[in-house]
Design a protein around this ligand. Structure first.
Ligand SMILES: *Cc1c(COP(=O)(O)O)cnc(C)c1O
Length: 458
């Protein structure tokens, strides 16, 4: 390994990759097709056109094109905050007293505070190309809503965000960032949609859930002319856009002759791990290299480690298409976990197939351990990490400490998907020592698995 590695490895502006990488082209077993819940038949692209933008549907169904050009205007926007640095975490190495080499790719260096802007700007670009007026979406923790607001402000489109009511009330600052970028933010469930009114009538006083906000956002797109719905994770198109992370990381590592042994990312819907790791997974699938890849998920919402690989709905309201994925069941409601971005019952169908094929492993971690790792990282490297990203930090630290025992100098690279400045209530609980972790029981999960749809799973 090159011994003149700078602390922060920056690529130059013109080294930003000009194409996204589609790992599906290299997969022998492709992800299973989306099914129409009404008849169990594979969905046709045109059936999705009332909900999604045409070009994004094309990307969603494209299992064959390996490289997809990034539009010029998207590349232009990327220049505002990309390339993102690959950091050699020398301070953390020292704090852990490990022979391991630790690197992290930092995606928190934009106002949305996460990697989500990489896909938001692409999605809104295609909406603009199609001549649409605006887009609708849901947001839980708020990172995705913020990213989409920023993208809509840039391209001059209207942005309507249904924000889970408890987040809307608990995270007023997130809300104001979105409004500053011009978004209309509605606490969900709301009176503005039929599904919202129905839920409010059935559950007065409910503080909402992601699944309910998705149902409202989809209805809002379907009932307004010139609007479509956009989603911040899970879908194959989102994973595609996020490969900018892994492609930059590959380039930066090549520049300094860094050969990773272990790659780590946290998983909510799978887009940051997928974007970070699939360019490397492609090398594995083509037989060019071998890496150990580890997904880090919360023990309170353990889709990979406790879920089943089956067809399921992506939303609680059961109106979205069926996807084959690792799932805890669409009726599973995770206990309140402070990593809001990881509280999703399902998982990217692409990552699910790769996991099923044994390409990577997954470990679940409990919340207090995650915040302990976040504290160690913050004190050593300066950045206050997002609770979501801290799941990856926890596993990276575990691996580095293993190296300390064995004396091996492995190279560990993880994706730092975002910053935690809007998560200080959670940090407060950790600092006060009042943070706990509620894990789903086998019985609870069994109940959710029994309610999986019959369609696709016979
Ligand atoms: C949304 C989010 C995640 C989880 O989503 P993925 O699609 O799995 O990447 C992770 N980290 C941060 C900072 C997020 O905002």
């Amino acid at each position: 390994m090159n011994d003149k590695i700078p602390y922060k490895i920056y690529l130059s502006e013109d080294e930003i990759p000009k194409q996204w990488y589609n790992v599906r082209a290299d997969m022998k077993v492709k992800p299973a097709p989306l099914l129409n819940p009404a008849n169990g038949q594979p969905l046709k692209p045109e059936e999705l056109e009332p909900i999604f933008c045409k070009e994004l549907i094309r990307q969603e169904f494209d299992n064959d094109t390996k490289w997809i050009d990034i539009p010029e205007e998207v590349l232009n926007f990327y220049k505002m905050y990309r390339p993102s640095p690959l950091v050699h975490a020398t301070f953390l190495e020292k704090a852990l007293d490990t022979p391991a080499r630790i690197f992290y790719k930092f995606e928190g260096n934009n106002t949305s505070g996460s990697h989500k802007l990489n896909s938001a700007i692409a999605q809104v670009y295609y909406a603009k190309q199609q001549g649409l007026k605006g887009v609708t979406t849901e947001t839980g923790a708020g990172q995705w809503g913020t990213a989409l607001s920023m993208a809509c402000a840039y391209f001059g489109l209207d942005c309507q965000v249904y924000m889970v009511k408890c987040s809307y009330e608990q995270k007023p600052f997130r809300r104001e960032v979105m409004r500053t970028y011009g978004a209309k933010v509605t606490p969900s469930p709301s009176e503005t949609t039929a599904v919202g009114r129905k839920i409010l009538a059935e559950h007065p006083g409910t503080t909402g859930s992601l699944g309910c906000a998705i149902s409202e956002a989809v209805e809002a797109a379907l009932t307004q002319e010139g609007y479509r719905y956009q989603l911040g994770s899970v879908l194959s198109q989102v994973l595609l856009h996020q490969t900018i992370i892994g492609l930059e990381a590959q380039k930066a590592m090549k520049k300094y002759d860094i050969k990773p042994d272990i790659l780590i990312g946290c998983t909510g819907g799978g887009s940051n791990l997928g974007g970070f790791a699939t360019p490397f997974i492609g090398e594995m699938l083509r037989g060019e290299a071998d890496y150990k890849i580890i997904a880090a998920e919360p023990a309170s919402c353990p889709s990979f480690t406790k879920g089943v690989f089956a067809y399921d709905f992506c939303d609680t309201g059961r109106i979205c298409p069926l996807a084959k994925m690792y799932t805890l069941g669409s009726q599973f409601i995770p206990s309140s976990n402070h990593a809001g971005g990881l509280r999703f019952h399902g998982m990217s169908p692409v990552l699910s197939q790769l996991y099923h094929d044994g390409v990577f492993e997954c470990r679940s971690v409990i919340q207090t351990d995650v915040f302990q790792a976040a504290e160690t990282f913050a004190r050593a490297e300066g950045i206050l990490p997002a609770p979501e990203s801290s799941h990856a930090i926890k596993i990276a630290i575990d691996e580095a400490l293993k190296c300390k025992e064995t004396g091996e100098a492995k190279t560990i690279v993880f994706n730092l998907s975002g910053t935690g400045y809007f998560d200080l209530m959670a940090y407060g609980k950790f600092n006060d020592g009042t943070m706990g972790d509620i894990l789903p029981t086998d019985e609870e999960l069994k109940g959710c698995f029994e309610r999986l749809p019959k369609v696709g799973n016979e």
